[in-house]
Write a protein that binds this ligand. Structure first.
Ligand code: ATP
Ligand code: MG
Length: 601
């Protein structure tokens, strides 16, 4: 088996610049040796008799103390304007929502869904839902009626918060099929809402509700959140999380994102995906920092302006956005005063080494990649502020997380020894499936309605992530590819990410998606789909140049044999390259579940 290497492997970049704020975790090894989840848990406020509630940790614990008048959430409106909500106000607003639910007769454990853009009511509903012991599930606002119906039905939704436009376009037609959906609350214009039958006016109910509420004494193992996965490999799954997850949200916010009091934090993910809830809502609030939330979608100038004007100090974003910023040129970054930035992290997809190094040029600091999944509920493997970044590596396991690499058989299943234990890779750089030792607080507790599938995620005492990685001699993990995406070509196992990264190093390439195309001789050949940077024209000459460029970097066995130019590489709405779709289209096969696909793909 070939060990995959990433360029420029080994060229370490120091992860700390001259900065006055000391990292929360100054020494990884030391932190790892003394970390315990029990100690992380002890830092929470908790509730009497061992009860634990995410909303208490995120909101109420701060609302009476010195943070009462600190901005918890700052909303930047799509068309300008800001709204600040302090911790004290957030406590009242979430209490109102909890009272609204109670007055509607909604009981603990029932599910409250929100389908909206990044508006204040989404955040208030999320935390108010948790406050009264109900279960919160966010839905991405651009979903069409079918994915909405599937998720509301699977999640047994009792309440839906949305807007008049979204309701009329997407939900009204589903109502009679969703018998359990008792209450729909609309956020918007009073007169418009009054004309719609079978709904409540969110603002009116909130206005009539009391602004105090005693947080429900939920047990740590009570269900709190349902998150649907991104649907990159197939139909999305509903991952169930419990209140105990907040232990990991807070700990990772401190250790990985290095959040400090006084920080201005910007997590660009939408709460429709797990990052936008774990880190766009919960983690920063548990640490008492101020979050910026932008209602609008990605726009390079707007984003740079937000970083500058809001004096963002910690920024958590995604490779797709960073690649787009990189392509418009480093000079654009230099036009802005980004001196408040102290730490940048990225998640969701492999972060190409090229982008990490560009971070140095653009912001004076590398971008810190980290890895996790909807199922893990929080960051599991990361590059830390106090540790050297190896560009292209996702870093080292969180203190408190045991990660290993498991061998897989020809069918891609991990190999079990006679005593039931997993056969683990022992030598550095051998690739296999990333497995994690279960037991961390934010681990999912099930897939809604899919118990068998959940059980199949575990073997030999490990959780199987479905991702292929290798670990180098120093314990850094390197992403190879999703189990399903790996290409088998003439006896080589090739991770599409390695090929995409090599192509991306060419200035003409904006995005690349790589698949294995069946071939009678090689089994599969590597085929790349490439979209070009602004101003670059596709053509035979450029195709040849890219083929040669990739061959030089990767060698003939790994380099793509075919390159197609496309206007855009299909991504799903959480920013991941949809390789299975590229493959289905190439082979003329059914496209499968595309509920999460970006529409212009
Ligand atoms: P589905 O499970 O429905 O196919 P998904 O796996 O894309 O969708 P998420 O849980 O949102 O849904 O994404 C987690 C996956 O994203 C990881 O399993 C991994 O494949 C990829 N990923 C996340 N962060 C990184 C990273 N830093 N480097 C490489 N891959 C990453
Ligand atoms: Mg997944």
């Amino acid at each position: 088996m070939r060990a995959l290497r990433l360029m420029p492997y080994g060229s370490d970049v120091p992860s700390t610049g001259e900065t006055a704020v000391a990292p929360n975790m100054p020494d990884y090894e030391e932190a790892r040796s003394r970390f315990s989840w029990a100690a992380a848990r002890a830092e929470l406020a908790g509730l009497p008799d061992g009860a634990l509630n995410i909303a208490c940790e995120a909101v109420d614990r701060h609302a009476d103390g010195p943070l009462a008048n600190t901005t918890a959430l700052r909303f930047l409106g799509r068309h300008g304007g800001t709204r600040d909500i302090t911790y004290a106000e957030l406590r009242h607003e979430t209490a109102r929502f909890a009272n609204v639910l109670e007055q509607l007769g909604v009981r603990r454990t029932e599910r409250v869904f929100v389908l909206s853009g990044r508006i204040p009511e989404l955040y208030i509903a999320a935390l108010g839902t948790l406050k009264c012991g109900c279960v919160f599930s966010p839905l991405f606002s651009a979903f069409g009626p079918e994915p909405i119906e599937q998720r509301l039905a699977l999640g047994d939704a009792r309440v839906l918060v949305t807007t008049p436009v979204l309701y009329k376009r997407k939900v009204a037609q589903l109502r009679e099929r969703l018998a359990n959906l008792a209450h729909v609350l609309l956020v918007g214009d009073e007169a418009e809402i009054a004309e719609i039958s079978g709904v409540h006016d969110f603002k009116r109910l909130m206005g009539a509700a009391g602004d105090t509420y005693e947080v429900a004494a939920t047990a740590p193992e009570d269900m709190a959140l349902v998150h649907f996965t991104s649907g990159t490999t197939g139909a999305p799954k509903g991952a169930v999380h419990v209140h105990e997850a907040v232990v990991a949200h807070r700990a990772t916010g401190r250790i990985v994102l290095d959040l400090h009091p006084g920080d201005v934090f910007w997590c660009t993910a939408d709460p429709g995906w797990v990052t936008g809830t774990s880190y766009g809502i919960i983690a920063p609030l548990t640490l008492g920092v101020s979050s910026v939330i932008d209602e609008a979608d990605f726009d390079a100038d707007r984003w740079y302006r937000i970083l500058q004007e809001q004096r963002v100090s910690v920024w958590y974003t995604a490779p797709t956005a960073l690649r787009m910023l990189m392509r418009i040129g480093v000079e654009v970054a230099h036009e802005y005063d980004l001196s408040a930035l102290r730490f940048i992290a990225s998640v969701g997809e492999p972060l190409n080494p090229e982008v990490v190094l560009w971070g140095e040029e653009a912001f004076g600091m590398p971008i810190h990649d980290n890895w996790w999944q909807t199922e893990t509920g929080g960051i599991m493997i990361a590059n830390y502020r106090s540790m050297d970044v190896r560009p292209g590596s996702m870093g080292r396991p969180l203190p408190g997380i045991e990660a290993a690499v498991a061998r897989r058989d020809a069918e891609g299943r991990p190999i079990l020894a006679g005593d039931g234990s997993l056969e683990l890779v022992t030598s550095p750089d051998e690739q296999g499936e990333l497995v994690l030792r279960p037991g961390w607080p934010s681990m999912f507790r099930g897939y809604l309605g899919e118990q068998r599938r959940y059980e199949r995620c575990f073997a030999g005492g490990w959780y199987l992530t479905g991702d292929l990685v290798r670990r180098d001699a120093d314990g850094y993990f390197w992403f190879v590819g999703r189990g399903d995406d790996v290409i088998k070509s003439a006896g080589h196992l090739i991770g599409p990410f390695e090929v995409e990264s090599a192509l991306l190093a060419h200035p003409a390439v904006a995005e690349a998606g790589v698949i294995g195309k069946p071939d009678p001789v090689a089994g599969e050949i590597v085929k790349a789909f490439v979209s070009l940077a602004p101003g670059r024209d596709p053509g035979e000459e450029l195709r040849k140049e890219l083929l040669g460029f990739a061959r030089k970097r990767l060698g003939a066995a790994v380099a793509p044999r075919e390159i197609d130019f496309v206007s855009s590489v299909p991504h799903n709405r959480s920013g991941k390259v949809m390789r299975r779709l590229l493959k289905a289209r190439e082979l003329g096969l059914p496209e499968g579940d595309i509920s999460t696909l970006e529409p212009d793909a």
